[in-house]
Design a protein around this ligand. Sequence first.
Ligand SMILES: Nc1ncnc2c1ncn2[C@@H]1O[C@H](COP(=O)(O)OP(=O)(O)OP(=O)(O)O)[C@@H](O)[C@H]1O
Length: 314
Amino acid sequence: MTLTDVAVDVRGLRKSYGDKHAVDGLDLRVRRGEVFAVLGPNGAGKTTTVEILEGFRDRDAGQVSVLGEDPATAGRAWRSRIGVVMQDSRDLSEATVGELVRHFAGYYPAPRDPDEVIEAVGLRDKARTRCRRLSGGQRRRVDVALGIIGDPELLFLDEPTTGFDPQARRAFWELVAGLRRGGTTVLLTTHYLDEAEQLADRVAVVRDGQVVALGAPADLGGRAARQAVVRWTQDGTTREVRTDHPTRTVAELAGLAGVAAGGEVPGLQVLRASLEDVYLSLIGADGLGGADGPDGADGLGGAGGVGAAEEQGR
Ligand SMILES: Nc1ncnc2c1ncn2[C@@H]1O[C@H](COP(=O)(O)OP(=O)(O)OP(=O)(O)O)[C@@H](O)[C@H]1O
């Protein structure tokens, strides 16, 4: 990765509040054009990190570069190149959606078309509604509209879909996918694993102010390489095999069941660790001792409730 490919570069970031080490030596690199998700439990240090990157909080130590500048000292020109959707909604006063979005457009040198932005966040029907009369989820969409009105190169989204109904979340995911296709870099924090899985090119899991895992959602914590569990029913009991070669196992079972002759393997399932299994083991919330354990991201414990699957019935 050359320097021009890097949108955000963070080395050894530290921030304490009193004796609480909220960010404790965090390293992060976001490539230009990618959607990068930061996942972590409450209090892991996500918002503190993101607000330092946005230039809204001071840091105690570490190097930070955002679009080639240090947010602690960067000026207005830099700020117009980033978009920010903070965790807490802004105070939206008496203005209508349309007035507010047009007003914010005036702060940027090359804003997007306000009507297009209102349409993109799904608020066309509400353009003439006063913001204070909107629902929580609709206000959040106004936040997103204000985050993208300046046509940013880099967009920060701190838990953007909290309070959205499922339909609004889907629409928002489409919006982010569209921004990505247009070349916008997106750094988002989320508690929703499906959101990270759906949107992110790469995911960083943060725990106690440090990155404990980094990778594409499908590979996180070695997920792609993990063993699968093949489960089926035989003689009225559930059988399970943990294997690197589930296809071979299924083929063998199929042979036994005489699939060629139209037989079926009763209750056949192939289970793999979900992103949630991996995530919970990484943050130590799976009861297995977490990332510090010898078998850190063991994970399959949660795959459909298989538990400690052992080779049986063979
Ligand atoms: N202004 C502050 N003063 C004192 N402590 C703070 C302040 N902001 C955050 N903290 C503490 O720092 C730690 C990290 O908080 P932060 O908000 O960065 O976490 P987070 O990962 O964003 O959590 P959440 O998912 O709940 O938003 C927490 O223990 C929090 O209580």
